[in-house]
Design a protein around this ligand. Structure first.
Ligand SMILES: C[S@@+](CC[C@H](N)C(=O)[O-])C[C@H]1O[C@@H](n2cnc3c(N)ncnc32)[C@H](O)[C@@H]1O
Length: 202
């Protein structure tokens, strides 16, 4: 099985026809998360895919508690192989009671962010890695609507978006939901710019 090494973590990739292969977006989010995460934090990653971002955090910060969710069963299997505690569910739905009682210091999400029409959908589970609905923000919007309920007071979120996702719409929604919004990382990659947005609860 193919493995990659990144910032002290070794990550098994699984079958990349079934599981999202970590790419520039994953690297940018992992690096931003390494700056935000502190020992002792309780961290949640939504849509962990292969487990890449979570594995990088666990390899570099020994005292964190981390749990992840993921909708694609193939990705869940891959993340488990990479040592991640992962729950197969849609966004936050399947968090177990012990997790529901816990509020998190930091929540991460690299969502499917490509504007996608019916004709552009790809068959199978991998579609969940890319398909952001017609706006590109459908899954991200659902995440933002719910995420406050899972954060500690003063807790933070880091989300990865693209210039094609519409930074202004995301910022406006986050501010309406009570977040102080800041762009903490950006990188131009071919036709788009990748952006990590931090939201901190007021
Ligand atoms: C762009 S990929 C990112 C994967 C990984 N976090 C990374 O950075 O390499 C988006 C991931 O979110 C998952 N996903 C999409 N919609 C989801 C949902 N509603 N609930 C949980 N996971 C979801 C996809 O299956 C996919 O693994």
């Amino acid at each position: 099985m193919v493995e990659i090494e990144y910032r002290k973590a070794r990550i098994k990739l699984g079958d990349t026809d079934l599981v999202y292969e970590p790419a520039e977006d994953s690297f940018l989010l992992a690096d931003a998360a390494l700056i935000e995460a502190k020992p002792g934090m309780h961290i949640l990653e939504i849509g962990t895919g292969s487990g890449f971002v979570s594995a990088v955090l666990l390899a570099n910060l020994k005292d964190i508690r981390l749990v992840a969710t993921e909708i694609n069963p193939h990705a869940v299997r891959c993340a488990k192989m990479n040592g991640i505690e992962v729950i197969r569910t849609d966004l936050f739905k399947g968090l177990k009671p012990r997790h529901q009682e816990t509020r998190f210091d930091l929540i991460l999400f690299n969502p499917p962010y490509l504007p996608t029409s019916k004709e552009e959908k790809i068959p199978g589970w991998l579609n969940y890695a890319f398909d952001g609905g017609t706006s590109g923000r459908e899954t991200l919007d659902r995440f933002l609507d719910e995420v406050r309920d899972y954060l500690k007071p003063g807790g933070k979120i880091l989300v990865l978006i693209s210039s094609i996702t519409g930074m202004e719409a995301v910022k406006e929604k986050m501010e309406k939901l009570g977040f102080v919004v800041e762009v903490v990382a950006r990188k131009k990659v071919s036709f788009e710019e990748l952006i990590v947005v931090r939201g901190k609860l007021r």
